[in-house]
Design a binder for this molecule. Structure first.
Ligand code: DC
Length: 209
């Protein structure tokens, strides 16, 4: 079974994906890390983020071993990822890797922006995770402080809104809820509550099979 989890930045879909994968003993891919890895390589090389050909070359040569790099999690890399991920050539280079990951046994959870719409439109379960922007900014600020970084919540909110706007309005695979996706609003839920709600959605889908 393939479980597709999509939603905007800091909606908590990464943590949810990891927890769902552990619950069902499936493999998990946080696809945001792929775009972050391309973005960080661009920043490290001093490349212009708007240079689609350079970004596509980096995407083609990407080594999944770098996905564990903690430096991918920063706000700066996230903002750069939102820019490079708008390049159609970059998305094309990364398509096969994601589809291969999804296809392997025993099942997979992928989270991102376009999993239910473009990468795995055939996914048996699709969940679109949302939360109010202010809640997402607060959670992101707490995470940053826990890592020892400074966090100005108003600036984090502005960054989240800008990223949402870019992710939703780009022409290549824009962020949108697939017609057959279940919407899960976790604004008023803690992590455990969100995980329980998602498990209920997946169990219902498995029971129908
Ligand atoms: O989920 P995240 O914050 O790690 O994602 C970083 C950026 O990568 C996000 O702003 C848009 C892009 N992204 C994407 O375009 N498609 C995906 N499947 C995942 C992330």
């Amino acid at each position: 079974m393939i479980i597709a989890i999509d939603g905007p930045a800091a909606s908590g879909k990464g943590t949810l994906g990891k927890r769902l994968a552990a619950h069902y003993h499936y493999r998990h891919l946080d696809t945001g890390l792929i775009y972050r890895a391309v973005a960080k390589a661009m920043l490290d090389a001093g490349a212009d983020l708007a240079d689609e050909a350079v970004a596509a070359g980096i995407a083609q040569a990407l080594d999944p071993a770098v996905f564990g790099d903690a430096a991918l999690k920063t706000q700066e890399v996230g903002a750069a990822a939102s820019v490079v991920s708008a390049h159609p050539q970059v998305r094309r280079e990364l398509l096969a890797f994601q589809r291969n990951f999804a296809a392997g046994p025993p099942g997979a959870v992928l989270d991102g922006r376009d999993i239910g719409t473009v990468i795995c439109p055939e996914a048996e379960v699709k969940i679109f995770v949302v939360a109010r922007p202010e809640v997402r900014a607060h959670r992101r600020a707490l995470e940053m402080r826990a890592r020892g970084e400074q966090a100005d919540e108003a600036a984090v909110l502005a960054d989240i809104l800008k990223r949402d706007e870019r992710d939703r309005n780009r022409s290549a695979a824009p962020l949108r809820r697939a017609d057959d996706a279940h919407e899960l609003d976790n604004s008023e839920l803690d992590i455990e509550g969100g995980v329980r709600a998602a498990i209920a959605i997946v169990d219902a889908a498995r029971a129908r099979r």
